[in-house]
Design a protein around this ligand. Sequence first.
Ligand SMILES: Cc1ncc(COP(=O)(O)O)c(C=O)c1O
Length: 416
Amino acid sequence: MRYQLAPEQIPAAWFNVLPVMPEPLQPPLHPGTKQPVGPDDLAPLFPMALIAQEMSAEPWIDVPGEVLDILRLWRPTPLVRAERLERALGTPARIYYKDESVSPAGSHKPNTAVPQAFYNKAEGVVRIATETGAGQWGSALAFSCAQFDIECMVYMVRASYQQKPYRKILMETWGAHVVPSPVDDPESPGSLGLAISDAVRDAATRDDTHYSLGSVLNHVLLHQTVIGLEAKDQLALAGEERPDVVIGCCGGGSNLGGIALPFVPDADVRLVAVEPSSCPTLTEGIFDYDFGDTAGMTPLLPMYTLGHEFIPPSIHAGGLRYHGDSPIISSLVRCGRMEAIAYPQGKTFEAAVQFARTEGKIPAPETGHAIRAVIDEALAAKETGEERVILFNYSGHGLLDLSAYDDFLNGRLIDG
Ligand SMILES: Cc1ncc(COP(=O)(O)O)c(C=O)c1O
């Protein structure tokens, strides 16, 4: 069963969680002076409108009409009840997923790429540099820059550049220029932290260029709240008062934040972050100030971190291979408002394949992490005979990740 909203029911304002955080966020610090950063420190990298959103205390922030017009190409996204999965599990739980895979780039990432491109264009920026791991974020930004006629420069983690040519072709089709990272060491397989350093260096050394980040920062999570806001309306259509638990996979925290943050004020809704056990930032990292990139060029952020020099093993869920995490998500976990759980990748592919064989859709390896936790929640409900309502974010499809499924199906997956 699918629950659809009309095109004019896309939320007209984003939900800003900052004023209702259980504990106030600590400010980012300047990498040199170690003092809180001000708007001027960030101006070489970001448009002023996004810097204002990063620090805003307004509970709601209007979505510009031009952004809504582009989001309407695929939004509102469907909310689907996964009845075939429920039946296969024999669970009394009701499982709903928000299908963010229907965007042009195949994931939730365009929800923030579009407004980021919009605000840059509005402030006269003609070129944007960014990094991408497996290519989901780079393709979302490439699509969005094409909408606003902005040049897009993508530093792609070298291992993915070599192994995942289709994502690169997607970005180039939308007009982006894609190079392997790190640029100065052709022997290195690269990492997200190194690619961020390349992109920040590019933006900081050119007057015509800004930098754009696809996760972690407050304004990115803000833009993603359209997911949770729509889901609330759709759950009402399904006759559900509220979910018992909201689940999302967590790399930098943006798809999880998008679905979960509008539920932060609803005290009895459990919120769950799911990460890989090979990159266990929230479950085994320490809470501290750390750099967002490997070279130590970004501001220091208060977050759970495995250390900015940590290079995670090459698991297939490239979007979850990040040493740090969003300060908002980190703070929610630290104060106990959000739970965190980690799984090895073999268990996540088992869940992804069960989902594909029941619901039909083939999930991104990142999304497979959320599905693993959903199945375990549904099985726990079966044990206790509870009618639990489970909501999760189907953050992306896996149609360009089929080599990962090939590895899993043929016993070649390393259980990192
Ligand atoms: C499909 C998908 N899901 C999840 C993620 C993880 O990122 P985030 O935690 O910012 O949602 C990514 C990142 O690339 C992704 O492509």
